[in-house]
Each structure stands twice: as C-alpha cells, then as structure tokens.
Design a protein around this ligand. Structure first.
Ligand code: CMP
Length: 139
C-alpha cells in the first residue's frame, strides 16, 4: 500500500482550512495514518525542501513554511501519491483544475495550501523527516 506525506501549509492554517483539507483526502478513501501539528524550524525546512536549494524562491519558501505552525500528516491508499496529487491539483493554484484543493483554497504558487510527496520513494524520505515508525498507526 502506498503512502504520502501531506502538509497543510501556513496560508491554509491561517485561514482555518486544515480540517477541510484532511476531510477531503479522507473522503477520497485515503486512510489517515498519522497527524501532528508542529512549527517547522529552519533546519527541518531546508531538509524537507533540499531539492529546491539554489532556486530563486528557496529562501522565501523556507521563511514561509517556518512562519507559523503547520499540520503534517501521512495518508495511505492504493496509488496514494497520484490520488493525492490529483486531488490537490497543479502546484500553481491559478492553473489547478477546477474542484481541486489548490484551485479551491490556494492563493498563489508559494501559498498553495498543501504539500504532498511527488513519488513513493520521496514519500518514504519525507515521512521519516516528520514521523517515527511508531507514530504511523496500523488500523
Ligand atoms: P510544494 O508542493 O510544497 O513544493 C515546493 C514548493 O515551492 C511549492 O509547493 C510552492 O510552495 C513553492 N514553489 C514552487 N515553485 C515556485 C515558484 N516558481 N515560486 C515560488 N514558490 C514556488
């Protein structure tokens, strides 16, 4: 069974959208294995977004994601990575398909409400940054 990390990012937290977004993913039939609220520090942000280091938006992205507490979660399901990415829509909310989470809730390309893993292998690495194995519930 495939897993994905999902983050509810600061712009969504600020607008009280965490529950709605988690609910929409649960309604897709995805199983919630773990959930926590945390304030990412700079070190965690830089590790999580290491692949974007050196890009023009990197420093801003780190500042943004560490600006307030966020929700980190793990979802599991068949093709969880693709299912979640489809439910979220394209990175840029302005280009996201109607009815997707980012089209409905995203503000701009940085403040796009959510983050999700882009592949099962990335998911394994990302999940381990936020959760221990013990924190992933089996039910
Ligand atoms: P996310 O899916 O979390 O992965 C990387 C993040 O960087 C992305 O969502 C956006 O929040 C941000 N991002 C990606 N591309 C850009 C861009 N061109 N300008 C600003 N922020 C970006």
């Amino acid at each position: 069974m495939e897993r994905s990390l999902v983050l509810i990012k600061p712009d969504a937290m600020e607008r009280g959208l965490g529950g709605a977004i988690i609910g929409r993913l649960q309604q897709q039939g995805l199983k919630l294995l773990a959930l926590k609220m945390l304030h990412m520090d700079e070190a965690l942000a830089k590790r999580h977004y290491a692949i974007h280091e050196g890009k023009p938006f990197f420093e801003d992205l780190v500042r943004y994601i560490t600006s307030m507490p966020i929700i980190a979660s793990v979802f599991e399901g068949e093709n969880a990575v693709d299912t979640i990415r489809q439910a979220m829509g394209t990175t840029d909310p302005a280009k996201a398909e109607a009815g997707t989470i980012r089209a409905d809730y995203g503000l701009d390309i940085q403040r796009n409400a959510t983050h999700a893993s882009d592949a099962p292998e990335t998911a394994r690495v990302e999940i381990a940054l936020f959760f221990t194995e013990d924190e992933l519930f089996d039910y």
